[in-house]
Design a protein around this ligand. Structure first.
Ligand SMILES: NC(=O)c1ccc[n+]([C@@H]2O[C@H](COP(=O)([O-])OP(=O)(O)OC[C@H]3O[C@@H](n4cnc5c(N)ncnc54)[C@H](OP(=O)(O)O)[C@@H]3O)[C@@H](O)[C@H]2O)c1
Length: 324
């Protein structure tokens, strides 16, 4: 199959399109023909090994010392089930599914195998593949952190979200609003239209105003940008107010329940897909450059599969898989 391969840590140009062996599903796995994936901040971080200190050592220990042990990066996918092992019960051929591979990576290729009990879910009927791929990364991270901040237990909390236009930020705005929060967003001036689209009218533009000087208190401060220290904003917290950042040593853990919540919220119309750009797999280098700029709005999708609207011909798919 065709895949984007990362043969060493380095700049976007280290990514190459190549032919690799097709994955074969084990007894408890499904084989997914990927239609869309997304290029996320985490992929860029892994490819560039853009961390320092003890974290760098830890990351290399987990991911590989000189190059990624799993050269096909990509952690989120949406696609169609085209094969499965003998012990799979929850999925059928032709199911439209989306999910997260996490540290197993593998989503920058035409096919991936995942355990039926992994973070994978059937997709709602009208959700497109591009939308599905774009909802997952920011959505799961925002759910994890807002859950830790116990947002559901607070009555109409005032929520300050820093880095509001990114993948995590746009998801956090929508989730905080769903939980009854009154959102204040910190972003650059060019984020205005997106904030208004998400229903946020309290916007603090970091290129015009220092949010730490606001004369206002918040029940929750969530730094979805990851570079604001608690000390710089703790005076903005109400008594009993709480702060979390994506930039510390705490990592969002992923679960299938979070994924199911994302699907439910999409169906209710309260969590929308925010897609900035869509690239073809062949343009992976350019996609990584753009995401690395740190200025994307919402999500960047990578389109991998053929037109998903045509019915799948399973005989043809199986033939493709067996020849290469
Ligand atoms: N701990 C975890 O488990 C975890 C999980 C996922 C992600 N993360 C981290 O979370 C961070 C955000 O991830 P992401 O995927 O949402 O990234 P992203 O989509 O690239 O978004 C980053 C956002 O940061 C904003 N930004 C840039 N400079 C800023 C500033 N000075 N003040 C406020 N906002 C600023 C940008 O907004 P403008 O365009 O408005 O400048 C951009 O929208 C990354 O550092 C990532 O590594 C951590």
């Amino acid at each position: 199959m065709k895949a984007a391969i990362c043969t060493k840590y380095g700049p976007p140009e280290t990514l190459e399109i190549d032919q690799v062996a097709n994955p074969v599903p084990k007894d408890d796995e499904i084989l997914v023909k990927i239609i869309s994936t997304a290029v996320n901040s985490a992929d860029v971080r892994v490819r560039g090994m853009a961390v320092s200190g003890i974290l760098r050592l830890l990351m290399k220990f987990v991911l590989g010392f000189t190059k990624p042990r799993k050269p096909i990066l990509g952690t989120v996918y949406s696609g169609i089930v085209i094969g499965m092992g003998l012990k799979v019960h929850k999925f059928n051929l032709g199911d439209r599914v989306c999910g997260l591979t996490g540290y197993d990576f593998g989503a920058y290729g035409e096919y991936v195998t995942v355990k039926e009990n992994s973070v994978v879910s059937k997709m709602p009927e009208k959700l497109s593949f591009d939308e599905a791929a774009s909802l997952i990364f920011g959505g799961q991270t925002a759910i994890y952190f807002l859950d830790k901040l116990k947002i559901a237990e607070r009555k109409q909390p005032k929520v300050l979200i820093i880095g509001a236009t990114g993948s995590v930020g746009t998801a956090a705005i929508q989730l905080a609003t769903y939980y009854g929060g009154l959102v204040y967003a910190v972003c650059g001036s060019d984020g205005r239209a997106l904030m208004e689209y998400l229903g946020v009218s309290n916007i603090i533009y970091y290129d015009k105003e220092d949010f730490t000087k606001l004369d206002m208190k918040f029940d929750i401060i969530f730094d979805a940008f990851g570079k604001t220290k608690r000390n710089r904003c703790k005076h903005l917290l109400e008594k009993g107010g709480v702060y979390k950042t994506v930039g510390g040593l705490e990592y969002a853990s992923e679960s299938v329940d979070q994924l199911r919540l994302i699907m439910r919220l999409w169906k209710k119309g309260v969590y929308k897909a925010i897609i900035d750009k869509v690239y073809a797999l062949e343009d992976i280098v350019e996609a990584h450059r753009y995401v690395e700029s740190g200025r994307k709005k919402g999500n960047v999708v990578l389109s991998i599969g053929d037109n998903p609207d045509s019915p799948i011909n399973f005989d043809q798919e199986i033939q493709k898989i067996s020849v290469g």
